[in-house]
Design a protein around this ligand. Sequence first.
Ligand code: NAP
Ligand code: MG
Length: 462
Amino acid sequence: MKAHDGMYIGGAWRPAAGPDVIEVVNPADEQVIATVPAGTAEDVDTAVRAARAAFPAWAAIPPAERAARLAALRDVLVARKEEIAETVTVELGSPLAFSQTVHAGVPIAVAGSYADLAATYAFEERVGNSTVLHEPVGVVGAITPWNYPLHQIVAKVAPALAAGCTVVLKPAEDTPLTAQLFAEAVHEAGIPDGVFNLVTGLGPVAGQALAEHPDVDLVSFTGSTAVGKRIGAVAGAAVKRVALELGGKSANVILPSADLAKAVNVGVANVMSNSGQTCSAWTRMLVHRDQYDEAVQLAAAAAAKYGERIGPVVNARQRARVCGYIEKGVAEGARLVAGGPGSPREQGYFVSPTVLADVTPDMTVAQEEIFGPVLCVLPYEDEEDALRIANGTVYGLAGAVWAGDEAEAVAFARRMDTGQVDINGGRFNPLAPFGGYKQSGVGRELGTHGLTEYLQTKSLQF
Ligand code: NAP
Ligand code: MG
């Protein structure tokens, strides 16, 4: 796999300050496919200076011109869609078809949505005797994870650029090749030098240096709640804007009037997709006790069908972590009805699609984010019990409700403490705000709400 041996800073690939490198591993066969430089605080500082220098001009150009550059970026991503999908597949391990439709397809849609929004958003409004200007916040430090490697980059960089901000990106160490490809696309799209900069590296080194850099005005982070808390603390101490998109433990609530087979099958597919590495996955399935045994059987059968189709998890550490959770679930009294902690293949970081039944709300597997292909099925007594269980975690990122009619599902969804709810299997909407209640985060991504994260207001009184 081809890789740049430098950082993309100020519109050019430049040598890293230090000699360290990161090995990129294909999780499907455990082979090293490339190396990229591991950035230091010095690289981060050079990148932040480049972003600062580029900021005044980028902030000042008419939004229509920023929109044109974002449209060009979208077009480059479209032209390189196949290459994007292949790159995500070799460094993340997701099956190629999923990489094409989701890992490449969704970021193209999101980049396009910000080209449109940059052209149409009202960056000035009249409020009584005031004119309110919506101005870019400044230099953005973006820190992204590996599970949707391009989507999570585009969901930060596209709105930041649309707003008139400039960006330094520190992508996940596991998926730097997708980030390098994105930097090439930015360059090809004719986005001015220094508006977007890339520093590959390790979280506690390059990521931390970026979050702590005094000349970064806003830190946007997606990843674990543990790291998110630290970044929030650093940003708070410096009175910096911060956006945190963290973990989840979302509930899939199947009400008695629902089409049970459909709700279970879609629910299993939701958890197994991307090998369970989706922060908004519905990892807790809640079923009325009268339908519980049937639901468990359906879920076990649906999970077994995924055995051959599922990709590996991202690395050996994640595999060990996920399998540790499966063992812990069984030790705490859950019943294994599909999959298990053993290795299904000789090579690669594969985990069998797993279903744990008889999970109770207080078990570790019902409370903590597993981030692997593991579904927990829990029985509930009545609607109030279902609501208590659904809301009974520190998280609140997503969820689902199934019922015989939409109104019944919506009535339940209104009472859920969570940022997104899919009603009877509703489709992903790249324009709807995405983000968490409670410890799932601060701020929203996507659409207009994602754009306003990168804007601050100035009121002029007349
Ligand atoms: P993570 O450590 O939070 O990684 C997210 C990003 O933050 C990566 O770019 C990471 O760099 C960086 N980072 C790590 N430590 C940092 C620090 N001290 N300062 C600044 N940046 C730092 O997550 P992970 O280790 O990849 O995964 C661990 C768990 O997090 C998963 O099992 C899952 O539960 C959760 N997770 C959630 C999401 C989500 O979308 N909400 C995504 C991924 C993971 P490195 O790549 O070098 O670590
Ligand atoms: Mg990490």
